[in-house]
Design a protein around this ligand. Structure first.
Ligand SMILES: [Ca+2]
Ligand SMILES: [Ca+2]
Length: 203
């Protein structure tokens, strides 16, 4: 009697175990895989709105001008897109203005976004230019090119959005460069630089 009881108990255990792992017709689910959500996306750019001044950025000007600045200190600056600070590249003759910062592009990053305001005295395009570069290791890719001339003046803040998903996971240096020639001034104001992911783009 004891042996029969043990046999029945084992049989019941086997049946319940089979039921646990085969609950949907012929499909067998093993309790192995766990869905672990990715960490929430975090913009790697420090001080993209420039409200902390130079923090996170380095700047250089061939004429020794300030680039990241408090707009209220300059009568001819537009109101920043956000807050009180912006970056003002160009604004002088024979000028090379550069701002840059280094970071790792998140795995789910899709686009670089920023706002710019273009203002130029050049009637002809191609003399003064803006370039945006991403440097990876020792090579730099030009990811955006903008001629600066009166016909292309924006007269307001315009959003620029550039695909950068091919740089996901890379350590990069982001660089904005404005070069002007010896006559007829050109200006590029930049504010609210950000790296965004798919969720932000779809909002
Ligand atoms: Ca700002
Ligand atoms: Ca010029």
């Amino acid at each position: 009697m004891k042996k029969v009881f043990v046999f029945v108990a084992l049989l019941l255990a086997a049946l319940s175990s089979a039921a646990l792992f085969a609950q949907d017709g012929n499909n067998v689910y093993l309790p192995v895989a766990m869905h672990i959500p990715p960490p929430p996306f975090s913009d790697p750019i420090a001080n993209g709105d420039f409200e902390a001044g130079l923090q996170g950025w380095s700047e250089s000007s061939s004429n020794g001008n300030d680039i990241i600045l408090l707009a209220a200190d300059y009568a001819s600056s537009p109101t920043p897109h956000s807050g009180a600070w912006l970056a003002w590249l160009g604004g002088d003759l024979n000028e090379v203005s550069v701002i840059e910062q280094s970071f790792q592009v998140p795995l789910t990053a899709t686009r670089l976004e920023f706002y710019n305001w273009l203002g130029s005295q050049e009637p002809q395009c191609s003399f003064d230019t803006m370039r945006v570069e991403l440097q990876v290791g020792s090579s730099s890719d030009e990811i955006h090119f903008q001629e600066l001339c009166d016909p292309l003046d924006t007269h307001s803040w315009q959003k620029v959005s550039i695909a950068i998903n091919s740089y996901a996971g890379e350590d990069v240096t982001l660089r904005f460069i404005v070069e002007t020639d010896g006559s007829l001034n050109s200006n590029v104001f930049i504010d609210d630089v950000a790296i965004v992911d798919t969720a932000a783009v779809n909002q």
